[in-house]
Design a protein around this ligand. Sequence first.
Ligand code: PMP
Length: 402
Amino acid sequence: MDPLELLRQAAAGRAAAGLSRRLTARGPDHDGLVDLASNDYLGLCGDERLAAGASEAIRKWGTGSTGSRLVTGTTTLHAELESQLAEFTDAPAALVFSSGYLANLTVITALAAGLGTPGGAGPLKGRGGVLVVSDAGNHASLIDACRLARTQGGAGVRVAVTPHRDAGAVRRALASREEGAAIVVSDAVFSVDGALAPAGELHAAAREHGALLVLDEAHAFGVIGPGGRGVAAAAQIAAEPDVIRTVTLSKAAAGQGGAVLAAPEVITALVDTGRGFIFDTGLAPPSVGAALAALQVIVTEPGLGARALANTARLAGLAAGLGLRAKPTGAAVLAIVIGEAGQAVRAQQICAGHGVRAGCFRPPSVPAGQACLRLTGRADMTEGDFAVAARALAAVREHSVG
Ligand code: PMP
């Protein structure tokens, strides 16, 4: 059969199951809507200082990094960003990637490969194999990383998925393992519902059982913890050698790119063996320049993250006051549980009709019957934004959705 006909049939099947997706191009002003859907937590996307950082970098370095990091794609600007990221996050070292997705994919696969050889100490000494313990609510990039690590490692790599935010289950998985080495993997802030990982408990379990802890701080960097230094910093485990963090530069830092923050041994493993590092073109200079400028803003205005959190808490209060099922979390992500998928889509449309762009999560991203509106709070929200948000949420309630 015509291969394109096969694709058309598959697309029709998805459409019938309500699984089609649609790209909607927006204008630079969010089409006049109040943006409660983006990840621009600190409101820095239109900031002149970031624009200046990006354009200065273009003028000096050009538009592209011209090669992979190991050939021509590492400029002194990249080195500067890595040193400043490490300093800000209290990390032993940092390595920049072209996206957060790639940082996650690369660090998990490289660690699984590097730890697979027999060695170690204690009762598991001399045993090969790696156990990767992954939270059931982890981001797709971590799930894909686990899958790829297993594919590459064959029988030597096992992935155990533990219930959402269940440090006890993680501890039990580590304690009962046969493998010599183990890695615990968790979002620091879960992207769907904004829940925080029990980072301190996860670290204690990992430490007790000789495992490494990988925390994805994508939604925490710049927002949570002291001065926006993240969940690990808040749990006072940031500088621990067995803690590895990943961040994205595309959310609070309002640009593009990602980074791994870790001990030098981990960075060396990534540079020597990380395929997503070695075979990818280095992050483009304007993105590096914008990230340096964003970091400068985050350092000099340490209250921005707290403001984003306070504004999110205010949105949660508004929603709860109207009788909606809002789940405040301590992150700048707010899930309002609506119920059935169709109702959640309807609630999203009602929001748009009342001037608010909101996100919407449906199964399989969330359990059946738990479809939700997903709102994000920003540091730069105005009283006018809150007034519009209040009217939109009241309309959602009035249409008895939620
Ligand atoms: N981790 C989490 C938790 C995320 O939400 C995202 C982005 N949606 C990523 C990683 C990927 O980051 P990036 O967009 O920079 O590839």
